[in-house]
Design a protein around this ligand. Structure first.
Ligand SMILES: NC(=O)c1ccc[n+]([C@@H]2O[C@H](COP(=O)([O-])OP(=O)(O)OC[C@H]3O[C@@H](n4cnc5c(N)ncnc54)[C@H](O)[C@@H]3O)[C@@H](O)[C@H]2O)c1
Length: 355
């Protein structure tokens, strides 16, 4: 998994965090909120989910500059029952609304066994796994749903209607690695196409269709067309499920009306849905953790198919990448560094400090 390609320059997690915080504060975000947002973004970079890390800053700041994302907004949380809360994201950063929502879900879950939070009028919150990790750090299981802008056709359809909205969930373990599943219902996340475009790379032919409905390996052509759902009607069905729980239920936009995070013309109105569950409801915590460890060992110890060197638990590859990047730093290509530094220059914050 080593990244030895010489076209990369590297930045440490703490330097990347400082840089992102500087740009956010320069755009009017309160320092405490900037710390939360940068932490979520850099966690994505550290886990190798570079599609949803600091390289999103230029597009997010474009939205702030156009006045369609409120950099100063603080989400508002209302408790509805002892185990249910609602967050109004107030068109601020999705990271803040989801962070506050999961914090509340965790507190309710710890006291009553389960906590459920619906979030409306939010924005893109990047990689869902950071929300799952927030719950795991508190010793809790979680479900993390969001909807997103149209990117894939429903099964049998031609034009994009549903989002490639990730479904994510997690559970802590004992001495083994936690379970973290975080997956878009498309063959690949659309962010992977934006990343390939940024980096001048081609994409596999089964990821997307171009504007004429033909398979393409050109990321620019793919962005004019549609993403392909994974598993046909099942991927399409999962993306509709994300819209039911995150959009219909919350009061946010749904049915194809969420705005693309790269479109700075209007507010996004994203919805999220979060659940935190106490793992020691039906047995002792020790027993639960032992059973999770046993599951991990059974999965990674399973007999391997031909040509497979190692079996990974969901989320494990990203955790290994995190550990690797603690040593190597986060790789960036020249075009990404230039785009990021242009954001710093615009608001007079410090440029990115490379290794
Ligand atoms: N906020 C949004 O609107 C939005 C939209 C789309 C995607 N995303 C994010 O994009 C990211 C990437 O999504 P994706 O669907 O391309 O992810 P992916 O295909 O890289 O991984 C999906 C899941 O499969 C697991 N996995 C992958 N390879 C594995 C292997 N060899 N063995 C065992 N498990 C393996 C991963 O740990 C992960 O849990 C996610 O973090 C997601 O939250 C966000």
């Amino acid at each position: 998994m080593a990244e030895t390609d010489t076209k990369y320059s590297y930045v440490t997690a703490s330097a990347a965090k400082d840089f992102v915080e500087g740009v956010l504060v320069g755009n009017g975000v309160a320092a405490a909120n900037a710390a939360i947002i940068s932490d979520c973004l850099i966690k994505a970079d550290m886990r190798g989910v570079d599609t949803h890390g600091m390289n999103r800053i230029p597009s997010y700041m474009d939205r702030v500059a156009q006045g369609v994302l409120d950099a100063k907004a603080t989400p508002e949380l209302k408790k509805l029952t002892p185990v249910v809360a609602q967050v109004d994201g107030k068109n601020g950063f999705g990271f803040l609304a989801a962070h506050q929502g999961m914090q509340c879900a965790i507190e309710m879950g710890k006291e009553f066994g389960i906590g459920m939070v619906s979030i409306k009028h939010s924005n893109h919150f990047g990689m869902s796994a950071w929300v799952v990790q927030q719950a795991i750090d508190a010793g809790m299981m979680s479900l993390v749903f969001t909807n997103s802008s149209p990117a894939l056709p429903v099964w049998g359809g031609q034009s994009k209607l549903m989002g490639v909205s990730p479904i994510a969930c997690g559970a802590p373990a004992g001495k083994e690695r936690p379970f973290i599943l975080d997956m878009a219902p498309s063959v690949a996340a659309r962010g992977k196409i934006y990343k390939a475009k940024r980096r001048g790379e081609k994409i596999p032919l089964d990821w997307a269709l171009d504007a004429e409905g033909k398979p393409t390996d050109d990321p620019s052509e793919a962005l004019k067309g549609v993403m392909l759902p994974m598993g046909g009607p099942k991927g399409s069905g999962l993306s509709i499920m994300m819209d039911v729980f995150s959009g219909v239920l919350s009061g946010s936009a749904f049915a194809g009306h969420v705005t693309n995070p790269y479109d700075p013309s209007k507010p996004a109105d994203v919805g999220h849905f979060l659940i935190a569950i106490k793992p020691d409801l039906f047995m002792s915590l020790e027993d639960f953790k032992e059973r999770m460890d046993y599951l991990y060992q059974r999965v990674v110890g399973s007999d391997k198919a031909a040509g497979v060197d190692r079996i990974y638990f969901p989320g494990e590859m990203e955790q290994l990448r995190y550990e690797e990047r603690m040593k190597t730093g986060i790789p960036l290509v020249e075009a990404e560094i230039t785009a990021l530094n242009a954001e710093a220059e615009r608001v007079g914050s410090k440029p990115i400090v490379l290794f």
